[in-house]
Design a protein around this ligand. Sequence first.
Ligand code: FAD
Length: 507
Amino acid sequence: MKYDVIIIGSGLGGLECGVLLAQCGKSVLVLERQKQAGGCMQSYRRRDSYYDTGLHYVGGLGKGQSLYGAFKALGLLELPWVKLDEQAFDRIMIGERNFCFSQGYDNFTDTLAAEFPSQRKALAAYADLLKNSDEHQLDSLIPLGDGEEDNGAAKRLFDEQFSSGAYRYLCDNFSDPLLVEVLAGASLKMDLDKDSIPLFTFLHGNSGFIQSSWRLCGDGNMLVNALVRKIEYYGGKVQCDTEIKELLEVDGRITEAVASNGERFSADVFISDAHPAVTCSMVSSSALMKNIYKRRIASLENSVGMFTASIKLKPKSVKYFNFNQFIYRDEKVWDLQNSADSVNGVLVCCRPESRRTSSGGTVVDEWTRHIELLTPMPWDLLRQWENTRVGQRGEGYLSLKKKFTNDCIELAERFLPDLRSSISEIYTSTPLSYRDYNLSPNGCAYGIKKNFKAPMLTVLSPKTPVPNLLMTGQSLMLHGLHGVTMTSLFTCAEILGKEKVWNLINL
Ligand SMILES: Cc1cc2nc3c(=O)[nH]c(=O)nc-3n(C[C@H](O)[C@H](O)[C@H](O)COP(=O)(O)OP(=O)(O)OC[C@H]3O[C@@H](n4cnc5c(N)ncnc54)[C@H](O)[C@@H]3O)c2cc1C
């Protein structure tokens, strides 16, 4: 059978494109190398529990907010989302002090201004910038008009914010150096490198969450399964255990995707959700995709990887907390990655579990059973094991993981003093796990690193030199649930047209 669209990779980006295209009447096949769909979104099973990988919280799901329309179109709003604490959804502990981020731009400003009264004006201006970048995000990424006049303002904003550095912006606008650290305190969910992170990436990584912040009441597979069901509902198919090794080009078009077992799949259009370097490596012989393009993509730096300790707690040992706690050893939030052979910052989050009430409804249980501790882990620390396979990496690797686990727990105990004695089971993953699982080079957590000094090189278009081969996913423009969703819309607009995509998400 020949499909309209074949999508390689069932990460969030691949599945979202699958839903949107199938919904618009395209015949769609999603091919995934793993046994299970979802990429970073999926949860893995150990004994009787599921543990999450890359889904902890998401922003902008409130009515009319930045992710609302897209999640509605994707059928994801129906999932059991729990809104985090409005007054303090992210808490940033630096040394002995704990600073709170509140939901809503005015609220956000007021809460921080109470701690930093002299910075109120600068905080209000920062909140305006966050709001403005949020409002213009979609039209700067998928401009509806065609002429320079139609898109001028949004495009200029996009260009300006991608070519200026977030750290410079904060230092220039806030005279209190502690606030420069605090404002970056919730940024373990991005590659916080002061020499490269663009203002656009930083604003985007914060603004949606400040609009409103949500956790899924359950594991990440719920989201993955909802997308797979939706693709199937519209007649599409998701096939796992199928690794694509080659994309065959004939007369300047990709005609077939060839799997490692020799199976062949043909389509009019191919979308790759794999890392762009992996995508290029699949096009082994091409008249259009020149080696210089492949080399450029392969040479781009990747974002940092993450170490995760996933903890199953003893029953009734830790109360559910409706916020994320970031903990830093000292006032060096922006330098965290430079000193990463020791753990100096950790994100502590927990999963809400639902409980049935006597009247038959469900509520969030007052106890949690799952806690995750996350911290950046640079590839340099892991390089000596890069040619090893899971289960065969040896004692040195195990002790590094043990050290990271202990350091993370020690920091987390500043917030949860009895954490160690509450642990029932613990599983850890490093960037090597992500590399082996998703084929993400160096186990990068957030795809290709964006660099304000080279925005034209590090921000990629969904288009490739081969006209019927598109890309999607976190490496192109923006990462995270929010960013990948925006990118999926952008990719689908190449096939469906911008108007159709806008209409889909504005229903
Ligand atoms: C530890 C961690 C925590 C995170 N926490 C959050 C969070 O709380 N909130 C948030 O918004 N974001 C978070 N993120 C980011 C978010 O998870 C990612 O941005 C997003 O899931 C990436 O989706 P993707 O589709 O771009 O890529 P991926 O999830 O990497 O999917 C790519 C898929 O392609 C498949 N593939 C690759 N090559 C082939 C091939 N040759 N053939 C077939 N299939 C192939 C892979 O197996 C994989 O399934 C986190 C990420 C990490 C790593």
